[in-house]
Design a protein. Structure first.
Length: 292
């Protein structure tokens, strides 16, 4: 999982409570991380190849798939596969399993690229030249394809981790921000990390809790999904939620939530004033004290 800087979280929350699309913040963060990785990767390629005279891909495997040089996550990426995929295949991501799968995947790609070169009979050639401190290395077609595949794998891993992380990291700051704007006392909400009640078959982790008069508890769920996402109603049912906040809700989503008697708040394309007003209406309906 790739952590998000506090400034990204803060900027995302600000976008959400003003009804604006937050996705640009995530995309920008992915691009920055990817370009940083790419530059460092190219530097390592120069260092690895300049010290090895082999003209095949053995130099790459020897350096980039070595547990002496990199951790298992990097080794997986360099071989063209990520840890999540390895876990889905093998059910584990222990170091030994990751390294074994990484080597198998690399050998498969190497053979596949060789076959493509043979079948192509030299019709196409790709050559990447990388220069570091006036020292240059040239990569042939097979080397270039392996490196491009590793970069593509890294971009996919960053993207998946980022979109997964943004929802989890923004939920509590968003609700705290809404509570502070509306004047909800800290004694009337709880942003601790909640875990599943193992005594209940249906209980699920919840994002946030609000407390009404008499200490009545209300469970809050946040989902930053696009319009029409069918998991929205499933999520609130599974978590027995009372309040549902989403970036975008379809008409069907809204009807489902109304039928379930769950209070909902849609953020995107609504003004800041509308969002705050709607949240206050929810607080008032549930008898949750706030500054009116």
């Amino acid at each position: 999982m790739f952590s998000f800087e506090e400034k990204i979280i803060e900027a995302t929350v600000e976008k959400l409570i003003h009804g604006k699309d937050y996705r640009r913040e995530v995309v920008n963060d992915i691009n920055v991380k990817f370009l940083d990785f790419t530059l460092e990767f190219f530097k390592k390629i120069v260092d690895a190849k300049i010290n090895d005279e082999k003209i095949n891909l053995d130099w790459y495997k020897k350096y980039f798939l070595s547990e002496e040089n990199f951790d298992k996550g990097d080794i997986a990426i360099f071989s063209g596969i990520n840890l999540k995929t390895i876990n889905n295949i093998c059910g584990t991501t222990t170091k030994k399993i990751v390294i074994d799968v990484a080597n198998q995947n690399f050998d498969y790609l190497k053979n596949l690229i060789h076959q493509l070169e043979v079948d192509g009979e030299g019709d196409l050639n790709i050559q990447i030249k990388i220069t570091k401190n006036a020292v240059s290395v040239d990569l042939n077609l097979s080397e270039s394809l392996i490196i491009l595949n590793a970069l593509a794998t890294k971009k996919i891993a960053l993207r998946g981790g980022a979109w997964s992380a943004i929802g989890k990291r923004v939920e509590k700051p968003l609700l705290i921000k809404l509570c502070k704007i509306c004047g909800v006392s800290e004694k009337n909400y709880n942003a601790e990390n909640f875990v599943r009640d193992k005594n209940l078959d249906f209980d699920r982790e919840v994002d946030f809790k609000l407390y009404g008069n008499g200490g009545k508890e209300y469970r809050c769920e946040v989902k930053l999904m696009g319009s029409g996402n069918p998991e929205s109603a499933d999520a609130v049912i599974a978590r027995n939620s009372d309040i549902f906040i989403a970036d975008t809700l379809s008409t069907q989503n809204k009807n489902q939530l109304q039928d379930l008697k769950i209070c909902w708040l849609e953020l995107k394309n609504h003004s800041h004033e509308e969002i705050i007003s709607q949240f206050k209406k929810i607080l008032e309906k549930l008898n949750i004290p706030f500054e009116k």
